[in-house]
Design a protein around this ligand. Structure first.
Ligand SMILES: [Zn+2]
Length: 460
């Protein structure tokens, strides 16, 4: 379109595929963009009129998010080719499954730089290695690239030089950046300090705490938790209500009107599929439904997201209106967790990447994060691994920690005497058969009799 917003024109109107993340070459002659045209994400080039569309990538990997160097001679892009390429067995007749999980980790994303001659890309070179590096942005001098290093609860900003020096962090490790833009002639890179208040400020509602504790539990009488309704800590109930309204407004689906779990009894006991020292006991955790069927249609879809060695999920809801007024197209392929995928197509690998889903979707996980409700990673213990035990996936679990450790969260809502009695060290490690190191990690106070575990504490 024109700079004033006039003459808006769809350059790929005849393409049924999702085409996104366009980058205009500095000479103005070419637009490079990402397309699902071939069933995976590939870099395509076209003229500014939308003609002469060419696949620049021509591979089975995901290549996406192109960014031109200021001199127009190189293109940075995001790819999974390094992680995904390990020990692939495929032939022309029998190509590997899309995002083949039997062949390395196709959920990795790193930044590559390739030469650009105006028609094709050549000699791609990997410049970042942190495993989930996205949204490359060139420095005006063309010698450095800023990018986002995605982590479970943080997305710090990083800077990579093209001279093979290790990338370095530019921000507080706890920061959450979505993307970065260089000032056109800035001699150095600048960014806003991360001292802004949280996006949602929780105001605990007045309650009637038990003697010795600070807060109470409140009934969530319009949230169905079979067979009736559940309770949450009054320290987080209002952000949950706000999140529920926001999800409903953005997706047209009241996803949080029913949950599969909320607050658990303080004394409830678990097998290996849950945790006796769970955040559910603090009243600061919920489990969403595992499936949301409206009419005949499944509204819930999952995108796998590996961060380091941990597997996380993004939960998407199919927007009630599919006219473009709600949600956005998916840029990541969903994950197929069906029995067929898990047992037949990729045994032991937990499923396979599915074809890109059409339509408009709302990222529930991102909305939850905005309200302070964080996801957790899938379990991968030897006897409880998400790849072969559906109960270990945990995409449904969200908890609001507010910077507290588990014991502090429990102290908010339970009197000291109740906590001391229920979580007495000897009781937990003997009768509950919990590993002492796991109990220690939850900050449950150690008695002197647990001296042998004290000895494991690093000297201060
Ligand atoms: Zn849970």
């Amino acid at each position: 379109m024109d700079a004033d917003g006039a003459n808006l024109k769809n350059l790929t109107a005849d393409s049924a595929a999702y085409n996104f993340a366009p980058a205009w070459a500095p000479d103005g002659k070419t637009i490079v963009y990402t397309s699902w045209e071939t069933g995976n994400k590939q870099l395509f080039a076209m003229t500014p009129e939308g003609a002469a569309r060419t696949n620049l990538s021509n591979n089975r990997f995901h290549d996406e998010q192109p960014a031109f160097a200021p001199d127009g001679k190189q293109i940075a892009f995001v790819s999974n080719r390094e992680g995904c390429a390990e020990s692939v067995t495929a032939t022309l007749d029998e190509p590997a499954l899309q995002g083949s999980v039997a062949s390395g980790n196709c959920q990795r994303r790193d930044i590559f730089v390739a030469a650009w001659d105006g028609a094709k890309i050549a000699a791609p070179r990997q410049i970042t290695f942190l495993g989930r590096d996205v949204k490359p942005t060139w420095a005006p001098d063309g010698k450095q690239i800023a990018f986002i290093a995605a982590r479970p609860a943080q997305q710090p900003l990083y800077l990579a030089a093209l001279d093979d020096a290790p990338a370095r962090s530019l921000s507080d490790a706890t920061a959450w950046f979505d993307s970065a833009v260089w000032a056109a002639r800035a001699p150095a890179f600048g960014f806003a300090p991360t001292t802004e208040p949280p996006l949602f400020i929780e105001k605990p509602i007045p309650s009637n705490p038990a003697e010795g504790s600070k807060y109470d539990f409140v009934g969530m009488k319009d949230v169905y938790l079979a067979p009736s309704w559940g309770i949450l800590s009054s320290t987080v109930s209002e952000s949950f209500r706000a999140l529920r309204q926001r999800v409903k407004a953005e997706s047209g689906i009241d996803f949080l009107d029913t949950l599969s779990d909320m607050t658990r009894l303080i004394s409830s006991r678990c097998d290996n599929t849950c945790d006796d020292l769970s955040w559910h006991k603090s009243g600061r955790a919920v489990d969403t439904l595992l499936s949301k069927v409206v009419g005949d249609q499944e509204k819930l879809l999952l995108v796998r997201q590996d961060v380091g060695a941990e597997v996380y999920w993004q939960v998407y809801l199919r927007a009630a209106k599919q006219d473009g007024s709600m949600g956005a197209p998916l840029t990541e392929a969903p994950w197929d967790l069906s029995y067929r995928a898990r047992a037949t197509l990729a045994p032991g690998q937990g499923g396979v990447e599915a074809p890109i889903a059409k339509g408009y979707w709302v990222n529930f996980t991102e909305l939850a994060r905005i309200y302070g409700w964080a996801r957790i990673s899938s379990h991968d213990d030897l006897d409880f691994d998400w790849r072969n035990n559906r109960e270990a996936i945990e995409f449904w679990h969200f908890q609001k920690e507010d910077g507290l450790n588990w014991w502090q969260a429990m102290q908010e809502t339970y009197p000291p005497a109740t906590l001391a009695k229920t979580f007495e060290w000897g009781n937990i490690v003997n009768a509950w058969a919990k590993e002492p190191s796991r109990v220690y990690l939850k900050d449950v106070p150690l008695p002197p009799s647990a001296w042998k575990w004290f000895a494991l504490t690093p000297e201060r």
